[in-house]
Ligand binder design. Structure first.
Ligand code: PEP
Ligand code: MG
Length: 296
């Protein structure tokens, strides 16, 4: 079986009846790019940028971030690299942020909520990402979105950062693609409006499951209740695809569910454009896609 999977390198992610889907990889650092390339992923669908903040004992500088993002973009040689902006808080605590202890950290001050209230941190990261975008095919993705006004605010801040770079004569990809993670039930319910604001959606099924089922994803006692195939979730997935497409956004999945091959056929039939999975799952999911006939 292992040898057979290796033979799938260089092959298309195409079903027996000719349906294609992009198959990208999730990474948590620069060191993961080798395995992305070794497993023949078409791009990086989720670059968790937290590692830069977690492995440092103070705020990572613009230069340090620029250098990491640029390296990944260059190594991917023109293939898409979707960088997710800072997603700390909740389960990912970083001391120098001096975040308060919270009773409900998963419902607390985290991710985009930190970025929007501490714009100096956000702007440093956006500057680094934009500068790196000159050296490859980078997109930016924002986590934990719950409203259209957040997206509008993000766009304003991004425009300010672009104007700064323009004034300094620093090159970047002017029409850089932006997307949001759909990982709260609120984002699902307003996905029609969100789809008009962004270029793409990527569904964070880990958090979306947690928030929809009201089940702490960190609590092993609840594993039996954490039903990732719950009909409420499957209905949401279809709704997100349809609303994204209505607004002209492409739609993918970057949570763990994307690698669940018992659902690959369902995802294809729902109309997903992309699945982003851990590098080690790329060829297994490709194998599955190539065995499916969606007309049957
Ligand atoms: C998710 O929530 O599904 C996701 C991809 O993001 P993370 O697991 O990093 O929260
Ligand atoms: Mg998440």
């Amino acid at each position: 079986k292992k040898r057979l999977l290796q033979e799938l390198k260089g092959q298309d992610n195409v079903t027996l009846d000719g349906k294609r889907i992009n198959l990208y990889a999730n990474i948590g650092g620069v060191g993961d790019v080798a395995s992305v390339l070794a497993n023949d992923a078409g791009g990086i669908g989720l670059f968790r940028s937290e590692f830069l903040y977690l492995e440092s004992d103070t705020y990572p500088t613009e230069e340090a971030q620029f250098s990491a993002y640029r390296k990944v973009a260059e190594n991917m040689a023109g293939k898409k690299v979707i960088i997710r902006t800072l997603d700390i808080g909740a389960d990912k605590q970083v001391d120098y942020f001096e975040l308060d202890k919270e009773d409900n950290p998963a419902l607390g001050y985290r991710a985009i909520r930190i970025c929007l209230t501490r714009p100096e941190i956000f702007k440093t990261q956006l500057r680094a990402i934009l500068r790196a975008s000159y050296y490859g095919n980078i997109s930016i993705m924002f986590p934990m979105i719950i409203s259209v006004s957040e997206v509008k605010k993000i766009k304003e801040i991004l425009a300010e950062v672009k104007a700064e770079l323009d004034a300094e004569g620093i090159p970047y990809k002017k029409d850089i693609e932006i997307g949001v993670m759909i990982e709260t039930p609120a984002a699902v319910m307003i996905s029609e409006e969100l789809g008009k604001e962004v270029d793409f959606f990527s569904i964070g099924t880990n958090d979306l499951t947690q928030y929809t089922l009201a089940i702490d994803r960190q609590n092993p006692k609840l594993d039996d209740f954490y039903d990732s195939h719950h009909p409420a979730l499957l209905k949401m997935l279809q709704m997100i695809v349809d609303n994204g497409h209505k607004g002209g956004a492409w739609v993918g999945i970057c949570g763990e569910l994307g690698a669940d091959t018992t659902l690959t056929e369902t995802f294809l039939k729902m109309g997903f454009d992309e699945l982003s999975v851990s590098p080690s799952m790329i060829l297994r999911v490709r194998d599955k896609i190539r065995s499916i006939d969606t007309t049957k």
